[in-house]
Design a protein around this ligand. Structure first.
Ligand code: PLP
Length: 393
């Protein structure tokens, strides 16, 4: 494939001397893990979200895994989730040998379809033949209880969490919010991450803020918070010594350099979010002129957008792979977003999923194209991308 050096990067962290100095300052101390910097970073996230507890971890995936553990998910338990996401949201269910029950998504937002979620819960709780529509063809373990809903705020837009909350309460389920793409987003005026029992943010370099690698759990549930704090630190409960381990835990700790970087980024969070919003607006305006392109839909409940990636949908009948290839040749990097989770090879092998099982997810997955996006993009760069897209189409 002939792709030249990108003229615009796919994504880029937004770093200044503030961040560089904050990280360097840590290296002038002997405290590289479990010191003051992580407490500051957790405090910054608590202030921003209003959460009672914030727990720094070394990735968003680790945070989601701890939420699954805190929900008490056992082997064979059923966790309703979306196949239109980054794989981590499903993987954490598989880590506990639980069964992900996929629910297709809303064609506009790409978030979990509430009607179908309600139908799945009705069918699964009744048992019998109706469950077959929802359970995978091959079940590696026999299904146990309905246990949790793990919803994802796709591309930074919150899922319809009030409706999902209502269903979770009705069926006595835990509600986990994967807000790894949604730091700063608001749903009916409330902060993303705070819309379920536990929420998780992630800080990989393409996210709204970065710590290199890192994540943060937010929750108001004290018992869950205490358990998750122990689990991230090798299962040490409060009062345990360094070599006492009450639980089977993990090393999911966030180091001090990463935490210092995170606090420096949080000190600029409004600027970072506003810059991303501005870039998205430039795209929206410019792309409105290209008929074969659908721009992201913002639901009325989304009272503040927080842009993670900028994903357009190409009109049906356009060959996305060819468009992507021609853009790459012009130095414009693009990515298909998302490849449906149920069609990833290991899920096909384990559960027997087939194309056609989740038609909306597959349709969005087949037409979605993430364009270069970051807070440091200029209006000129947006224009360059849009002009290239227009000429290719
Ligand atoms: C980024 C992301 C995660 C977590 O990613 P890490 O790389 O583990 O920090 C989880 N879920 C979604 C939807 C994401 O986009």
């Amino acid at each position: 494939m002939s792709s030249k050096q990108p003229v615009v990067p796919m994504s880029s962290p937004d770093l200044t001397d503030l961040e560089r100095e904050a990280v360097l300052a840590v290296l002038h101390t002997p405290h590289l893990s479990m010191g003051e910097r992580i407490r500051e970073f957790e405090e910054a996230i608590r202030r921003f979200t209003g959460a009672r507890f914030a727990i720094g971890v070394n990735s968003g995936t680790a945070g989601l895994h701890l939420c699954i553990r805190a929900a008490g998910v056992q082997p064979g338990d059923l966790v309703l989730t979306t196949p239109f996401s980054f794989v981590a949201s499903t993987n954490v269910i598989l880590y506990e040998n639980a069964i992900p029950v996929f629910v297709d998504v809303d064609p506009q937002t790409g978030n979990m379809d509430v009607e179908q979620t309600a139908q799945a819960l009705r069918d699964l709780s009744e048992g019998g033949k109706a469950t077959q529509r929802w359970l995978p063809r091959h079940l590696p373990v026999s299904p146990q209880r309905l246990k949790a809903i793990l919803a994802v705020d796709v591309f930074g837009q919150p899922a319809d969490m009030d409706e999902l909350r209502h269903l979770a309460d009705q069926y006595d389920l835990h509600l986990i919010e994967d807000a790894c793409e949604a730091l700063g987003a608001e749903y009916k005026g409330r902060k993303a991450g705070m819309l379920g029992d536990c929420g998780v943010f992630a800080f990989y370099p393409n996210k709204q803020i970065t710590t290199g690698e890192g994540g943060m759990i937010v929750t108001d549930d004290e018992d869950a918070a205490m358990l998750m704090m122990a689990l991230r630190n090798q299962g040490r409960a409060p009062g345990d010594t360094w070599l006492q381990h009450t639980y089977l835990g993990y090393n999911y700790r966030l180091d001090e350099m990463s935490a210092a970087l995170g606090t420096a980024q949080m000190n600029r969070i409004e600027t970072l979010l506003n810059k991303r919003e501005q870039v998205a607006r430039w795209y929206m305006e410019r792309l409105a002129e290209i008929p074969a392109v659908e721009v992201p839909y913002i639901a009325p409940q989304t009272t503040r957008s927080s842009w993670f990636v900028f994903v357009i949908r190409l009109a049906r009948g356009i060959n996305r792979e060819e468009v992507a290839q021609r853009l790459e040749e012009k130095g414009i990097p693009v990515r298909p977003y998302f490849l449906p989770i149920h069609l990833q090879p290991y899920l096909v092998e384990r559960f027997g999923y087939q194309p056609g099982d989740y038609p909306v997810t597959e349709d969005l997955g087949a037409r979605g194209l993430a364009l270069p996006f970051s807070s440091v993009m200029t209006e000129e760069q947006v224009e360059t991308v849009c002009r290239a897209l227009q000429s290719v189409l």
